[in-house]
Design a protein around this ligand. Structure first.
Ligand SMILES: Cc1cc2nc3c(=O)[nH]c(=O)nc-3n(C[C@H](O)[C@H](O)[C@H](O)COP(=O)(O)OP(=O)(O)OC[C@H]3O[C@@H](n4cnc5c(N)ncnc54)[C@H](O)[C@@H]3O)c2cc1C
Length: 669
């Protein structure tokens, strides 16, 4: 639903207001009505004429310009004091009209609240701000400062981040955000990087940058060895490019991956009912049924899932595993290519400039340190329900309430949803919210270690696989000194601590800075911070890269985040919150976040993914505006790249075979 621009003049505003004084006055004395009933009232369109100077004016519809054309005709005032000259008449009338307009505006101006300021919440806030409507938009989060303006620091003043996040090839909406904020992608992201897999046996595999891969050997028709790799139909390119890079896993084991390709075509190429059958199955069952070798699963797929979906195959929905596999690895030769933040954090590189723009240009109000509790729902005289009151606790511990809310986007993760729904009996009555609140999240731990010397590693991004010390968790370590060019900023204030006789910083004291994350970290959670760092520095890091054994820890930080990450468990699909919330039963509450089911608006970005969360925010805002606003500018969502022809063809062939009834889908139920 796209609206064009409003050009209604001040004169038009005057005329319209003069023409309906009684009705306006009536509205100035009633309390705010539920939006739905306002829409059906003749005054609902009044604010479209009422304000002439705010920036949002530009976005209103030409439809309303039509009405403004009558402004040139004269109209008599019903004011008691008759102005003597035409000028006086105009001035008094304009003043009166402006006052009336202000009052109507205050009454009919929409009040939207986005709860949760992750990528989902920021996407929603952005789309609401840019919708060209007259609205007060508030983003509220429990974090002290969700705008990214206040850096998170360790106790010793060094910058830290809750997890290191990569940006994969197909993140078109985040890339567009950079362009909109005038951020050059090369300034904010590193080049695409390789990553390595380490097990107790040493290096298992190194993932290349597929977009820049070189031929491992001469291939007739494609070129000689070490020539740049041609873009090949997926998955041929991936198979060839990784051929020499698996150090240990035998070819026969790798070849067993083909079973997974068949399942992926069958699952992703079919309708929602079939996909739900796969969702009820665990990825472990799928691997067994489709003949994947135990070695391939144990040494490669399981550690990949532990760091991609943060759970082992037996605890993951087969559907989401295939979505992840397809989106991040199979769709195109270079789908697996990933880059990282080049300076600082996601919060200060991307969120902060976005927050500044939305606050400065659109008056977005951001409320940090505010934990939302109850969301209350009311019914109007026609029995139509709307959520209109949000209670929260601010950082000072006071309980406050936002009243007269017209629309809410719940951009909460699973833990936040659980706490809000538990505190909101009205919301809990809708099964969409109570089911979402029943889903549990995954524990993660983030660590940062500052070493006294540079430790060279084969690649900057690395995965731990099969180590006993992980206690069932997945693990990664990122060489921030490599990704961020050994920036002194990685050391915070301490960067300037050690000076030579001339007062210059002795850079040699600044060694490697390593960010380590544990996913599915339940088994590690109860260890003390000191023991977690010891596990990393005494066992995990030196087992992967022996030179860590020589490096001394200068400082360290551990952040524990229990139950915060979306867990795509078997059978969770129909409990995940729909983008539309409870739909028509409660049209002014929508949901955003990586775990949201987007229905007709489903996007190609899948899994635990910033792009997915961001897009879901756009879609939730568009949906809320469709339900609550007369006219708005919808945020356009960029799709990921189209499926390649061979995938589409495989889907068609599969549909024919499965549709013929010759091969019952006996492996699902
Ligand atoms: C360690 C780690 C590594 C990751 N790596 C990657 C990666 O490499 N690439 C990638 O694309 N993605 C990665 N992800 C996933 C990605 O970060 C998420 O998918 C995405 O950030 C989810 O955004 P969201 O808006 O859905 O949820 P969240 O970011 O969880 O936002 C929810 C917000 O709600 C707030 N909240 C909760 N309860 C309340 C309440 N009661 N009142 C007010 N506010 C509340 C929270 O404070 C939070 O800010 C990673 C995640 C983690 C944890």
């Amino acid at each position: 639903m796209i609206k064009s621009r409003r050009t209604a003049s001040k004169a038009a505003a005057l005329l319209v207001l003069l023409a309906m004084p009684s009705c306006i006055t009536a509205f100035t004395i009633v309390s705010r009505q539920p939006l739905t009933s306002l829409h059906s009232s003749p005054v609902a369109s009044a604010p479209l004429y009422a304000s002439s100077s705010d920036s949002a004016d530009e976005e209103y519809s030409d439809d309303f310009t039509g009405s403004s054309s009558s402004a040139n005709s004269k109209s008599s005032s019903n004011s008691d004091e008759t102005p003597e000259t035409e000028e006086e008449f105009n001035s008094a009338a304009e003043e009166w009209a402006a006052q009336q307009a202000k009052e109507i505006n205050a009454m009919t101006k929409k009040r939207y609240v986005v709860v949760g300021a992750g990528w989902g919440g920021w996407g929603a806030a952005k789309a609401l701000c840019e919708a060209g409507i007259d609205a007060d938009i508030t983003l509220i989060d429990a974090l002290p400062d969700p705008t990214g303006a206040t850096p998170y620091l360790s106790k010793t003043g060094k910058p830290v981040e809750a997890g290191t996040r990569g940006f994969w090839k197909d993140y078109p909406n985040i890339n567009r955000l950079c362009a909109e904020l005038n951020i050059a992608e090369d300034d904010v992201f590193t080049p695409y990087t390789n990553s390595s897999f380490y097990s107790p046996d040493g290096l298992e595999a190194t993932a290349p940058v597929f977009g820049e891969a070189r031929l491992p050997f001469s291939i007739p028709g494609f070129g000689d060895s070490d020539q740049p790799f041609p873009m090949l139909p997926s998955p041929l390119g991936q198979v060839l490019a990784t051929f020499p890079l698996f150090e240990r896993i035998p070819l026969a084991d790798r070849a067993s991956m083909v079973g997974l390709l068949l399942a992926t075509v069958d699952c992703l190429g079919n309708d929602e009912a079939t996909q739900m059958e796969y969702d009820r199955m665990s990825a472990h069952d799928l691997f067994v049924k489709f003949g994947l070798s135990k070695r391939l699963v144990e040494d490669f797929i399981k550690p990949t899932l532990l760091v991609g979906l943060f759970k082992p195959p037996e605890e993951l929905s087969a559907l989401v595993v295939m979505e992840l596999l397809y989106y991040y690895a199979l769709a195109h030769q270079d789908s697996f290519d990933v880059r990282w933040i080049k300076n600082g954090t996601v919060a200060d590189s991307l969120v902060m400039p976005l927050a500044e723009k939305l606050q400065n240009v659109y008056n977005l109000k951001v409320m940090g340190g505010c934990r939302v509790g109850e969301i209350a729902v009311e019914k109007d005289e026609n029995g139509k329900a709307s959520a209109n009151k949000i209670t929260y606790q601010n950082s000072g511990g006071e309980t406050k309430t936002l009243h007269d809310v017209d629309g809410i986007i719940l951009a909460l993760g699973c833990k936040g949803m659980e706490s809000v729904v538990q505190a909101s009996p009205d919301l809990a009555r809708y099964q969409e919210f109570s089911l979402a609140a029943s889903l549990k999240g995954i524990d993660v731990i983030s660590c940062r270690i500052w070493f006294d010397r540079i430790v060279p590693t084969r690649t900057p991004a690395n995965v731990f696989s099969r180590f006993e010390a992980l206690r069932g968790a997945g693990g990664t370590f990122f060489m921030l000194d490599q990704l961020q060019e050994n920036s002194p900023d990685l050391w915070g204030a301490a960067a300037a601590d050690v000076l030579d006789d001339e007062g210059e910083v002795i850079e040699s004291t600044r060694g490697s800075v390593v960010a380590c994350d544990f996913y599915n970290a339940g088994g590690v959670m109860s260890l003390s911070d000191e023991d977690i760092i010891k596990t990393l520095t005494d066992e995990l890091l030196p087992s992967a890269v022996p030179r860590f054994a020589d490096a001394k820890v200068v400082d360290s930080w551990v952040g524990k985040y229990p139950g915060v990450v979306s867990w795509f468990s078997p059978g969770s699909y129909n409990k995940r919150p729909p983008l539309e919330g409870a739909g028509d039963a409660l049209p002014n509450v929508k949901c955003a976040g990586d775990w949201v089911r987007m229905g007709d608006r489903e996007h190609g970005a899948k899994g635990l993914c910033q792009e997915r969360a961001f897009v879901s925010g756009f879609e939730a805002a568009n949906s809320l505006l469709r339900s609550t606003a007369d006219a708005f500018v919808a945020t356009q969502v960029l799709p990921v790249r189209e499926d390649e022809a061979q995938f589409k063809a495989a889907v068609e062939v599969n549909k024919k075979i499965m549709g013929s009834g010759l091969l019952p889908r006996f492996w699902t139920r």
